[in-house]
Design a protein around this ligand. Structure first.
Ligand code: NAP
Ligand code: HSE
Length: 428
C-alpha cells in the first residue's frame, strides 16, 4: 500500500464527530477501497475539554484551525466548522496556500467565496471537494460532476433544506401554525444557530447556487438566486392547497433560458401525488433533467451525523484514490459569470383571497384577473360564518408580473379583507 492520506479535521460538532467515528470504525474498509490508509493526524475545535463521545487522544490537538491547516503532517484539510467568513474562510485559504487539498461541508463559504477559493486551489494544483455541502448524504455533487458529465442539464429542482420540509410537513400533518412548528423545530435543535438561514431560504439558496455552477459551467452566483422563505406560509394555505390537490414545498429551481440563468428558491405548490409532493420530514430530494438521461430523482437524508459524514468520506476517499476534479467540474479560470435572469417562465398560480362577503365581490376579482390577462382554471369558495369569504383560485399559466398586476388591481377594488396570497404551481 502507498503512504497514508493524512487528515487534519477542523470542527468536531455533528459532522466532524461523525467523520472521526467512520474513520475509526471502518479503517480497513476505507483503506481497501482507497488503496491506502486514511488517518487523522490532528484535530481542532473551540473547546478542548468538551466530551464529544469519541476518543481524540490519538490525534494532535490544535487550538487554532489555521495552524492545523498549515501542519506538515496534514495532506487534506477537512473544514467542518461552518460560516462563510472568519475562521472557516481564513483556515481554508491558509490550507490552500500551504498546498493542502480541502474537503468541506460548508455551503455558505462556497456559495459566497467558492470562485476565489477554486481559483486559489487551481493555482497550487489542489482540489476542493464539497459533496456534504449540498443535500447532506445525497451524492448529488458527484452525480452532476461525474455521472451526468455527458449531458446538457436542462433543469435542476429540489427540496434541499430538511428543516423547512420538516416544518411544512409537520404543519400539514398536525394542523399546527407556522409559529408553533417553528418553536418545536427550534427546541428539537433542527434549526441552524441563525434560523433565518433555514426558514429564509438562504441555506437552500446556497446549495442551489453550488449545483447551478456545476450544471451550467458558470461562476457560483448566490446573489442571482431569487429568494423567498417559508415564514409567510400559513396553515390555511397548506390546508386549502391540499384541498386543491397540492402540497407546499420550499422548492429550488435552476434553469438556463434564452434570457440567462434563472435560479429561484421559494415556496411552490407541487402536486400532492408527485415524488416531491410526497416528501416528508427532513428528507431532501433533488431532481435533475439532462438532455440525454432524461429525468433522475435523488432522495435521502439532507442532514445529520451519519448522512453528512458519509458524504465527507466520499470526498476523502476520492482524494485518497487520486481522483482530481475541478471544484465546479471544469477549470475555474474558464468559468464565466452567469447572466442572471429573473424567472419569466409562465406557470399556473394558486391565489388565496379573503373577500368581503357582498354582492359583486367575486365579479370584481374576476374582472381584475381578466384585465391582467389571466385566465381562471379552477375556483372554490369555502363556507364561512364571518363577514368575509375565503376564495381559492387556480389560474391557467401566467407570469409573475401578470399576477403582480392583478394584485394591484385587487387592491383597488375595496373587496379584499386581507392581503392576497399568490404561490406558483411548479410542473414537476
Ligand atoms: P456544529 O455541530 O455546530 O460544529 C461546529 C464545530 O466547529 C464545533 O466543534 C466547534 O467547536 C467548531 N468551531 C466552530 N468555530 C470554530 C472556530 N472558530 N475555531 C475552532 N473550531 C470552531 O456544526 P455541524 O452541524 O457539524 O456543521 C459543520 C459544517 O457542516 C457546517 O458548515 C454546516 O453547514 C455543514 N453541514 C452540516 C450538516 C448537519 O447535518 N449538521 C449537514 C450538511 C452540512 P466546539 O465544538 O468546541 O464549539
Ligand atoms: N439546516 C440544514 C437543513 C442542514 O435543514 O437542511 C443541512 O444542510
Amino acid at each position: 500500500m502507498t503512504a497514508p492520506l493524512r487528515l487534519g479535521i477542523a470542527g468536531l460538532g455533528t459532522v466532524g464527530v461523525g467523520v472521526v467515528k467512520i474513520i475509526r470504525q471502518k479503517a480497513n474498509m476505507l483503506a481497501d477501497r482507497s488503496g491506502r490508509p486514511i488517518v487523522i493526524t490532528a484535530v481542532s475545535a473551540r473547546s478542548r475539554d468538551k466530551d464529544r463521545g469519541v476518543p481524540l487522544s490519538d490525534y494532535a490537538w490544535e487550538d487554532d484551525p489555521i495552524a492545523l491547516a498549515q501542519r506538515d503532517d496534514v495532506d487534506v484539510f477537512v473544514e467542518l466548522m461552518g460560516g462563510s467568513e472568519g475562521t472557516a474562510r481564513e483556515a481554508t485559504e491558509a490550507a490552500l496556500a500551504a498546498g493542502k487539498d480541502v474537503v468541506t461541508a460548508n455551503k455558505a463559504l462556497l456559495a459566497i467565496h467558492g470562485h476565489e477559493l477554486a481559483i486559489a486551489a487551481e493555482k497550487v494544483d489542489r482540489v476542493i471537494r464539497f459533496e456534504a455541502a449540498v443535500a447532506g448524504g445525497i451524492p448529488v455533487v458527484k452525480a452532476l460532476t461525474e455521472g451526468l458529465a455527458g449531458n446538457d442539464i436542462t433543469r435542476i429542482m429540489g427540496v434541499m433544506n430538511g428543516s423547512c420540509n420538516y416544518i411544512l410537513t409537520r404543519m400539514q400533518n398536525a394542523g399546527l401554525t407556522y409559529e408553533e412548528v417553528f418553536e418545536e423545530a427550534n427546541q428539537l435543535g433542527y434549526l441552524e444557530a441563525d434560523p433565518n438561514l433555514d426558514v429564509g431560504g438562504i441555506d437552500a439558496g446556497h446549495k442551489l447556487a453550488l449545483l447551478s455552477a456545476i450544471a451550467y459551467g458558470t461562476k457560483v452566483d448566490f446573489e442571482g438566486v431569487e429568494l423567498e422563505g417559508i415564514q409567510r406560509v400559513t396553515i390555511e394555505d397548506i390546508e386549502q392547497a391540499a384541498d386543491m390537490g397540492y402540497r407546499i414545498k420550499l422548492l429550488g429551481v435552476a434553469q438556463r433560458t434564452g434570457r440567462g440563468l434563472e435560479q429561484r428558491m421559494s415556496p411552490c405548490l407541487v402536486p400532492s401525488d408527485s415524488p416531491l409532493g410526497q416528501l416528508e420530514g427532513g428528507t431532501n430530494m433533488v431532481v435533475i433533467e439532462g438532455d440525454e438521461v432524461g429525468q433522475i430523482v435523488l432522495r435521502g437524508a439532507g442532514a445529520g451525523e451519519g448522512p453528512t459524514a458519509s458524504a465527507v468520506l466520499s470526498d476523502i476517499v476520492d482524494i485518497a484514490r487520486g481522483t482530481r476534479l475541478a471544484t465546479f467540474g471544469k477549470p475555474a479560470e474558464g468559468l464565466e459569470a452567469a447572466t442572471s435572469a429573473t424567472s419569466s417562465a409562465s406557470a399556473p398560480y394558486y391565489l388565496r383571497l379573503e373577500l368581503l362577503d357582498k354582492p359583486g365581490a367575486l365579479a370584481q376579482i374576476a374582472t381584475e384577473l381578466g384585465e391582467a390577462g389571466i385566465s381562471i382554471d379552477r375556483m372554490r369558495q369555502y363556507g364561512h360564518a364571518a363577514q368575509t369569504a375565503p376564495v381559492l383560485i387556480v389560474t391557467h399559466k401566467t407570469t409573475r408580473s401578470a399576477i403582480e398586476d392583478a394584485i394591484v388591481g385587487f387592491k383597488k377594488t375595496a373587496v379584499l379583507a386581507s392581503d392576497p396570497v399568490a404561490i406558483r404551481i411548479e410542473a414537476v
